[in-house]
Every structure is written in C-alpha cells, then in structure tokens.
Design a binder for this molecule. Structure first.
Ligand code: SF4
Ligand code: SF4
Length: 263
C-alpha cells in the first residue's frame, strides 16, 4: 500500500474507532459546481477553500442518529431565525447532532495536525452533495442523504485538510425507486420527489420563529407536531425521516421501539 492509501486507511480506522458509523473521502477538484451561497435562508454554503485555503481533501463523517433526541435543538430565547439577526448580534443555539459530531471529530483533526497537516472541522460546505461524492449515499425523495445501511437517520460532519488522501468513488445509485412513503407522510405537503418547498417544512418553520414567509397553516401544524421538552428546546420534525424504510431496523431498532412502546 502506498503512503496515500495508508494515511487514508489510518484516518478511516480512527474515525470508526471514535464512533462514527461510516466515513468517506473526496478531493476538492471533484466538488466544483456544487451549491454555494445562501440556500433558502437556512445556510450560507462555502467552498472548502474559502474555509481553509490549503484544502485539497474532504473527510466526511457519518454519525448514526438512532433516536429522536439527536435532533433536539436548544435555542437562545433571543433566537428569531437565520438572517433575522443583525451581524453583530451573537445569539447562541445548539443542535445535539452537530455538537456530538463536532466533539467526536476533534481527535481526528488533532491526529492530522500532529502529522503536520492543516485540518478544520466544518459543516458549512454543501454536506449532502459532498457526502454523495464521498460514496456515502444518495439524495432521497425527502431531500435527505440516505446512507445505504443507516438510511436518513444520520448526522454529517466534515474535516477539511491539505493531506492528500485516496478519494472514494461517488455514490451513483438511486435508492428510492417507486417508494413515496416520505412524501405521503409529510403533514404539511412540503415534499415533491427530490424537492422541498422550504416554507412549508416544519423543520424550517421551527428554526425561523420570526420568519413571516411561513404560511399560517404550516405554523399551526408546527404547533401541533413539534415536541417541546422544555421552554427553549424542541425536537426537529423527523416525520419524513421516520417514514423511510431504509435502515429502519439497523441494530434491531424496530425491536427496541416495540419494547419501549410496550412499557
Ligand atoms: S421535516 Fe417534516 S415538515 Fe419538513 S418535509 Fe419532512 S415531514 Fe415535511
Ligand atoms: S421514504 Fe422511500 S422515497 Fe422517501 S427517501 Fe426513503 S426510500 Fe426514498
């Protein structure tokens, strides 16, 4: 095995040892033409080189998010929504999947730095499109990344590095076929195959409590469906995720749910 292959192998083994369930690698020259800039008022997507100019490789880490609690958000009472704050306002919020993935990714970034490479952790690149380039799954009709074993119940975190690594082959297979369970399950009618009308999505509505572009009927559905464990927290809508049969029974999850429900 050459040096390129052995470093890639070491990084992947370390990532799996840290508890990520899958890991893929791509090179920045395979990421040209991916979405950039503000997407639907939710995220300001960057090119990897804008975040760290020396970047030539992207390591994509997949966290298995097997419980709804992974999708809990804890907001500041001041939070109004993306782009609704003045630039100087520092309003904090925490997303459990993101916090766990970031914490788990640190030892891997440090491993690269100890070897003399640049390494930064980010989720500010187009995560789903990059994960597809890393061979980690396809985009589902619910617009989520569908990992072939874990389904859509995942969190993604990326490490950008100037280490030259062996790139994985992109994922090219459609996994949805004629299934439309997620589209039928969405209470607000936000989904069309591989497309989302973001203003009708309850996840978007919850993240943007001050956004006036969310129709009143979607606000009403959000009140009905979104679980709020405490004053400043809520569980993001996962109905189209829960509906997906792919990965639903990984690790015996269905049995666990049945036992829990029986109590
Ligand atoms: S997150 Fe909820 S509201 Fe948004 S598309 Fe999925 S099921 Fe519909
Ligand atoms: S529920 Fe069916 S259509 Fe939707 S993402 Fe999963 S496999 Fe694809």
């Amino acid at each position: 095995m050459n040096a390129l292959g052995s470093l890639t192998k070491e990084i992947k083994a370390k990532a799996l040892g840290l508890g990520f369930r899958a890991v893929g690698v791509t090179s920045t020259d395979r990421l040209k033409g991916l979405p950039h800039g503000w997407v639907a008022d939710v995220k300001d997507l960057k090119h990897p080189e804008e975040i760290q100019s020396s970047t030539i490789s992207v390591i994509m880490l997949v966290l298995h998010a097997w419980d709804k609690a992974f999708f809990m958000q804890i907001e500041s009472p001041l939070w109004k929504g993306y782009r609704l704050h003045a630039p100087e306002e520092n309003v904090e919020g925490y997303y459990i999947t993101y916090q766990i993935s970031q914490t788990k990714a640190w030892p891997l970034a440090w491993l690269l730095r100890e070897k003399g490479y640049d390494a930064v952790i980010t989720n500010s690149i187009p995560m789903k499109a990059t994960a597809i380039k890393c061979g980690l799954g396809s985009q589902g009709k619910n617009t989520l990344l569908i990992h072939p074993e874990l389904g859509p119940r995942i969190g993604l975190m990326a490490i950008l590095t100037n280490a030259k690594l062996e790139a994985d082959e992109p994922f090219e297979r459609d996994q949805c076929g004629d299934c439309e369970r997620c589209i039928k399950a969405c209470p607000s009618g936000a989904l069309k195959p591989y497309n989302i009308e973001i203003n009708r999505c309850m996840a978007y509505a919850s993240e943007n409590p001050g956004g006036n572009q969310v129709p009143p009927d979607v606000r009403a559905l959000t009140e009905r469906y979104i679980v709020r464990p405490s004053r400043c927290s809520y569980l993001e809508c996962t109905i189209c995720m829960d509906a997906c049969p792919i990965g639903k029974d990984v690790d015996g999850l269905l049995q666990t749910r049945t036992r829990t429900q029986a109590r």
